[in-house]
Design a protein around this ligand. Structure first.
Ligand code: HOZ
Length: 433
């Protein structure tokens, strides 16, 4: 029993009796870092507050979508107004049209978009659509890129799969991944060769433009451009999974930041301001293959739910001006600089950052590939996680996840985080001596 957090420990014990592993998504069980997960009572701005009433500076931010921070007034006010008007109709609404227009206006390549309910649904549907559009069956994904728990994409996936060291998942018949080819992220030469050889079978190449589920790994210069060129040359659908990066790393997502336009884009929880939602969209001629206009079936009762769409509209409207992204960049930069300064005092590791998403890797001096990330010191990360928690900072409970800075994080929050890291590093150094 965790005597410091008995309320969370009690809930975890109760939960384990009625919920598999005690959680509704594996990484939340803290298996990668040990101990009992915090049970969150509420959250506000940059802070989550646990069942004991303790507040922590939060860098999970619901795994990315809370760019405005927790319980942002713009989102809460819109929801308070929308909920009494009805929580679901299973019929079209004006708001979903507005949201589709807004997404298209921000991401030039998204001429049409369809809402679904999660990032997993988005990638699953985008792949079916790519196959229906091209009449080909194979899909190429990258080692370490995670696209939700779609059967065909649970091959060498990152995120929770990596934390648990599962190469794959049980329950996925061989045939389901037989059409999935694997390539190395940031290795343009090998992927282009593979695509050239298998082009007649390949329907799609799917990639996280910034790898966010092996920790943050930015694309090397020219990598995304090479994917764009080789897929266009062979009529293969290039899919960007922007579930994490969309509207976070730039107003128009990673495709704007790196200047590479995919054929299809998958979006996730940010479109619902943190509520359950996803979307996929892209070129009109491809999207036209979807039912009811085309032969590729895809549907959902909760798709375009008026409450989630309301939260998404409020979030995107609040992320309007360039100053918003400047501020996110500055805060991310400040956190990176502070962490690096502490590393320079003799802690082995590095920081990868793209805008307001970053990962502190303990061990290697450079992480440019999932293999580099796998070489990290996971035990040390577990000590870091608990050391930071004890100092009031809540990190993702795995070395292989991204940290997210929101607009609600103040400079004082960032400075307190760096001070906590410095303090932990000193304690860790003393422990090693
Ligand atoms: N693997 C997800 C983040 N990359 C975790 C989602 C969750 O537990 O909510």
């Amino acid at each position: 029993m965790d005597s410091f957090r008995p309320a969370s420990a009690n809930l975890f014990e109760r939960s384990r009796r009625v919920v598999p592993g005690g959680v509704n998504s594996p990484v939340r069980a803290w298996n990668a870092v040990g101990g009992n997960p915090l049970y969150i009572a509420r959250a506000e701005g940059s802070r989550i507050i646990d069942q004991e009433g303790r507040a922590y500076i939060d860098y999970v931010c619901a795994w990315g979508p809370l760019i405005l921070g927790h319980a942002a007034a713009a989102v809460v006010d819109a929801l308070v107004k929308a909920v009494p008007e009805g929580t679901g109709f299973g019929a079209p609404t004006a708001k979903e049209v507005e949201l589709a227009e807004l997404v298209g206006e921000r991401m030039g390549g998204v001429e049409q978009v369809r809402l679904v309910n999660s990032g997993t649904e988005a990638t699953m549907s985008a792949i079916r659509l790519a196959r229906g559009y091209t009449g080909r069956s194979k899909v190429l994904k990258f080692d370490g890129c995670y696209h939700g728990h779609v059967d065909a994409l649970l091959a060498k996936a990152g995120s929770g799969v990596e934390s648990f060291s599962l190469p794959d998942s049980a329950g996925v018949p061989e045939g389901f991944t037989a059409d999935t080819l694997l390539a190395r992220f940031n290795d343009a030469g090998s992927v282009c060769g593979l695509v050239d050889r298998r082009c007649e079978e390949l329907a799609a190449v799917i990639v996280e433009p910034v790898c966010g589920n092996m920790g943050v790994i930015p694309p090397e210069p020219g990598f995304l451009e090479a994917l764009r060129e080789v897929t266009a040359r062979h009529g293969i659908v290039l899919i960007f999974d922007e579930v994490i990066t969309g509207f976070r790393v730039a107003r128009g997502g990673a495709q704007e930041r790196y200047g590479v336009t995919p054929d299809l884009t998958c979006l996730g929880k940010v479109l619902g301001g943190g509520l359950p939602v996803g979307a996929f969209g892209g070129r009109r001629d491809i999207m036209a293959r979807l039912a009811p206009d085309g032969p590729v079936y895809q549907a959902g009762t909760l798709s375009g739910n008026p409450v989630t769409v309301t939260a998404g509209l409020a979030t995107l409207r609040a992320l309007e001006g360039p100053e918003v992204y400047r501020e996110l960049e500055e805060k991310g930069c400040m956190l990176e600089a502070g962490l690096r300064e502490v590393l320079s005092r003799g802690v082995a590791g590095t920081v990868n950052r793209v805008g307001s998403m970053l990962t502190l890797f303990l061990g290697p001096e450079r992480v440019a590939s999932p293999d580099d990330a796998r070489a990290c010191d996971r035990e040390r990360f577990a000590r870091l996680f608990h050391g930071m928690l004890a100092r009031g900072v809540y990190l993702p409970p795995s070395q292989f996840e991204a940290w997210f800075v929101s607009l609600a994080h103040s400079e004082e929050d960032v400075a307190a985080t760096v001070a906590a890291f410095a303090d932990w590093a000193e304690e860790e150094g003393a422990r090693a001596r």
